[in-house]
Structure formats: C-alpha cells, structure tokens
Design a protein around this ligand. Structure first.
Ligand SMILES: [Zn+2]
Length: 496
C-alpha cells in the first residue's frame, strides 16, 4: 500500500482523498486544482492564489528556474517557498515540455531531481518523454522505454522526503498506456501524472481522452493518486474525476486570459462575444463585459485570469460536494449536455460501466434519470447482475401497475432498472426519480427489458407475466418468448 494517499469517499470511480506531503508537512485534499505559476510571468501572485482562491498546492517549472542564471541563484538561496511566497505544497515540473517543444534540453533526470530537491520542492518530476496522440506504436514504445529508464533513475535518486512523480505516457495506444501505468505502479514512486493528453483536450477529443485515462487507470492500483497532466479546463473536471483523476494543473487560466478568453464549465467564450457575464464571481459581479474591454491589457488579462480561477476552483468544490452526496454522475451528465464532444466523452465513460461499478458505492442519495445515457449507469448494470441471482417462486407477475392476488408474487417494474421485489422500493437506486411512464425513453425501456430477461433466464422453471405500460416493440423484443406479456394501457382502454 502507498501510504501517502488515502481515499475517504467514492462515487463512480471519483474519490475524495488525502495526499500526505511529508516534506511540506501538509495534507492536500483531492481532487485538487494546482495553478501553474510561471517563474517569469506571475499573472496572479502565489500569495494571492493561496489567500484569495484557497490554493493548497501549485506547480511551477523546475527546469525554467534552473536554466535562468538569475532565478537559479535566488531560488537556491531563498528556497522555493520563500521565493514564491507560498506556504502550501509546491510541485515542480522537469522540462519535459521544453524537451518536447525544442527537441533537446541540457539536463538529466538525476540532475534535475537533485535541483528540485535542493530548492525545496515538495513533489518532483523526472524528465519523461511526452508522446503526442496518434504517433506510431513503434515510436511510442521507444519513447516509453526512455521514460521508464528515467523513472528507474528517479527511483534511486536521493531526494529525502520529496515525493516523486512517475509519469504515464503511451500516446493514444491503450495497450501502451496500460503497460506504462502498470510499470509506474510497480515502482516505489508516489504520484502518477497521465501525460500528453492536452492535445486531445484542445481538440475536444474527449471520448479518446476517456479511453486513454481508463487504460491508465486499469494499470494503476486504487492507492495511486492520479494527476491529469495539463488538464486545466473546468469543463473536463467532472468527467475526469468520475474516471478517477485526483489532481489537475492549469496554465489555462492565465494563457486563455491573455488570449481574451473566458472559461466556463460548459466551454470557452471570447470576451468580445459576451454581452452578460454568466457567473457570480467577484470579477463578474463588479464588472460588465464592456467595462472589462475598456481596461488596460494588463488589468483585463488579470481580471480574466481571476474569473478563470474562480470558475476552476468553484467547479472542483462542486465536484467534491457531488461525491460527498453521491450524485457525481448527475453532475457529469449535466456537463455533458453543454457540448456534443462532452456528451461523446460521457458516453465513452459509460462504456466502462463494469470497471466504474467496482468503486461505486452501493448506496447513495437518489438516482436521477436525466436522459437515455442514465440507462447505462453502473447502478443499472449492478441491479441487472443482481436480478440474475434472485429466485422468485411460482407464478410471478412483473408489473408497472398494482399487485394482483392471482399470482404468487407480484414485483414492481421500473425502467431503466426492470423488475424488483416490492420490499426493495425504498432502497438505492430503486427509489430513483424517473420520468413519468409516458415520458420515458427507449433506452430506459430497453434497459428494463434487459433486466427482465436476466431474471427470466436465471429462473427457467418459473412462470412470468410482464404487465407494462406501452413499451416500444424494440424493448419488448428483448423479453424472452416464454414470458406472457400484457399492455396495461391497452387493457384500460378496452374497458372504457
Ligand atoms: Zn466570473
């Protein structure tokens, strides 16, 4: 077991955890958002990040600090925390990004880790090779070998109490992502950044991002804190947390601000296009879009960066609240409605329902059926698995209507779950809020029919009758032919 990370609550694969950072003498609550601080350009000072935005952890670039003669001497003398004026946890990056951008850097993993240690970083990073999406399998594999050599060098480096990242690469090759993760998990390193996903996010390829993260998660133990490296847009936070990511870092708040862009949980807007601010942060309450546009460039960029930070921290608080109250998937689903690419990402997440179900708590608040996607949630799958183990006796009525004494047992049927004994009506998730029957959708009926089939197939000697309210033919075709089917709506219509 890794001792640095403890999971306190879970929902889907999302978790609220505690990351112990011994060198800082601090514990960071996850999921956590780490603003990126550029040592040369501080859009918002680290002291303000800590005081006004509640940042417990930030990330800065050890490579840039080492490369600049002037900064290097100062930071070595003062130590990183005094130099940045930040008393929280500081993670340092290694120059991998610069390596990817410029093809060559003048340092090695032992050297840069030693430097990170000497300046007082709390979490350090070796120099991995970030392989972008869609690079050939052979090249990706070669890059991975180099990354693994550096991870091996990091394992033997003498860095005292500093925690060390074991980066996970592998481009868009899921087998390599999983293998890289398994390798990283096998080391005694501490934190696990999933690298080179930023190009996927920038191109709104969220479904592929989900596949890449899910592959990495398959290779990692539940005790591994996972960092979605470079993920700084609040629109992806809920989806990424539901997959099991714990740490996010972002230069986006500042970079987007300099590009006159305004972040929201549904996407990005250009300041030039905004008539009213859809936000309650102090910047948006105190200023109008026109007011911001009239500011000097520097003031405007700072104001936009502040709004972007408020939105990012706010979304993570909302996510933690959702995990605590057991409605993280409802939040993911509402975010998925903000953009078609996010919807694709949510659907890709639901493709992993079986994996998600393992960490999903059996009981939460209330299941809200919000759309056809809800029919594929882990809770529905879990109920179907349970149906295959239940043994009703004699003549059994499965009904969307009331009980009937002609039958030995009379079970309720609720789309998307399917049948269940009436005694379970008040237990999660069967106490779900679902649409009124005539407003349900095909996915819900089909899921209910699949649940019915699971029960019937597990009990071949039992006589079943299904009394439904206007299920479509596509759903009824999934019910085994041995079941007697009646439509309650037609029965009522016949009588009148
Ligand atoms: Zn705002």
């Amino acid at each position: 077991m890794r001792e640095a990370f403890e999971v306190r609550a879970t929902d889907t694969a999302g978790r609220i955890g505690e990351l112990d950072v011994p060198r800082a003498g601090l514990t960071v609550e996850t999921p956590a958002f780490m603003p990126v601080v550029n040592p040369h350009v501080q859009t918002i000072s680290p002291a303000r990040l800590e005081r006004e935005f509640g940042a417990e952890i930030l990330i800065t670039n050890g490579y840039i600090l080492r490369k600049s003669e002037e900064l290097r001497e100062t930071v070595l003398k003062e130590g990183l925390h005094d130099f940045l004026d930040f008393s929280g946890v500081i993670m340092t990056d290694s120059g991998s990004f610069q390596l990817a951008e410029y093809g060559d850097i003048d340092t090695s993993t032992p050297e840069i880790l030693d430097f990170q240690h000497r300046i007082g970083a709390d979490i350090g990073t070796p120099i991995d090779i970030p392989t972008p999406p869609n690079v050939s399998h052979a090249t990706t594999e070669r890059d991975l070998e180099a990354t693994q050599d550096r991870i091996a060098a990091a394992e033997v480096a003498d860095v005292g109490e500093m925690l060390v990242n074991a980066p996970i690469q592998g481009s868009t090759h899921l087998d390599l992502r999983e293998r890289a993760a398994r390798h990283a998990d096998g080391t005694d390193l501490d934190c696990f950044p999933i690298g080179a996903v930023v190009p996927l996010m920038n191109d709104y390829r969220f479904a592929e991002m989900v596949e890449v993260v899910a592959a990495a998660k398959r290779g990692l133990g539940a005790d591994c804190p996972v960092h979605l490296f470079g993920a700084g847009h609040p629109m992806v936070f809920a989806l990424a947390v539901a997959l099991g990511c714990d740490l996010f870092d972002s230069a986006a708040y500042a970079l987007y601000a300099r590009d006159e862009r305004y972040l929201t949980v549904r996407g990005t807007e250009r300041l030039a296009d905004i008539e009213y601010f859809p936000c309650e942060c102090p910047i948006c309450v105190e200023h109008t879009p026109d007011g911001l546009r009239e500011m000097t460039d520097e003031d405007r960029h700072r104001a936009l960066a502040e709004h972007n930070l408020y939105v990012s921290f706010g979304e993570l608080r909302r996510i933690k609240g959702a995990i605590a109250s057991g409605d993280l998937l409802e939040l993911v689903e509402s975010r998925a409605r903000g953009h078609p690419a996010m919807l694709a990402g949510y659907r890709a997440l639901l493709d992993h329902s079986t994996e998600l179900e393992r960490s999903d708590p059996a009981s939460k608040g209330t299941f809200f059926y919000l759309s056809g996607e809800s029919a594929r949630r882990p809770e529905v799958r879990r109920h179907h698995d349970r149906l295959a183990r239940l043994v009703p006796e004699g003549k059994v009525l499965l009904t969307e209507g009331g009980t009937n004494e002609q039958y030995d047992e009379s079970w309720r049927v609720v789309p998307p779950f399917g049948p269940f004994p009436r005694a379970l009506s008040e237990t999660y998730p069967l106490n779900a809020e679902v649409p009124v029957p005539e407003r349900s959708d095909r996915a819900a009926y089909e899921a209910a029919a699949i649940g019915t089939a699971r029960l019937v197939e597990a009990n071949p000697d039992t006589e079943f009758t299904l009394a439904h309210r206007g299920w479509p033919d596509e759903a009824l075709r999934r019910v085994p032919p041995s079941v007697t089917i009646t439509n309650l709506d037609e029965t009522v219509a016949d009588r009148s």
